[in-house]
Design a protein around this ligand. Sequence first.
Ligand code: 6PG
Length: 241
Amino acid sequence: MNTRVFPDIDALSRGALDELLRIMADAVRTRGRFAIALSGGRTPEKMYRLWAERERQNAQTPWDKVHLFWGDERYVAKDDPLSNYRMTREALIAQVPIPAANVHRVPGPEDFATPEAAAEAYEADLRKFFGTAPPAFDLQLLGLGVEGHTASLFPGSPAFEEKSRWVMAVEAPAKPPRRLTFTPIVLNQGRNTFFLVAGEDKREIMHALRSEPAGGPSRYPAGRIRPADGVVWYLDKAAIG
Ligand code: 6PG
């Protein structure tokens, strides 16, 4: 397991942001744009706020070349307190001059009557952006749930059997249950993948993941995301004990 361990979530957020900005500069230099798949939940919020703060102090992000996507979203309105988009808007998007067209929000109930229709629309947005080849994000951020889920890929998820769709509507054993998620078809294409994991409540699942045989099958969704370019685990001390 390729891990980077930090004393706390502040240091973890700074370390991950430094790498994000390096990867962004490289992507813009080599591909003319930076496509990032953001994660939701609590852990990445501090890094999003730090990114906005850094931009206030020293603007270095070419926002016209940055495209924000979400690896998963709860099927709730964009102003709902449970919306990953809302969290990101308050922490980052509302603070920086990113063109609205570069913010690829996952559609919600205000856009489509069903999560399935919203998933089809988001996939169409991805296909328009990436064309025919599976989307290889320059950077994808992922979290980890206590039972080993990542994005909204929960244990036993049908998304692991999916052969063609890039985005799926799923029913999760979590609040709220109706969600949209990238499938492993997308997540296993990432050029750079960071798992951001912090807090004592993640210690048990981190121990279980680290105890699995390297390269062997994993019992956990997070352990089954294995892009060829590898993943880096950004951990705080509390998460590994
Ligand atoms: C979501 C997330 C999810 C998250 C984990 C960890 O929409 O809930 O994308 O996969 O990353 O649940 O969440 P915390 O960072 O809040 O522990």
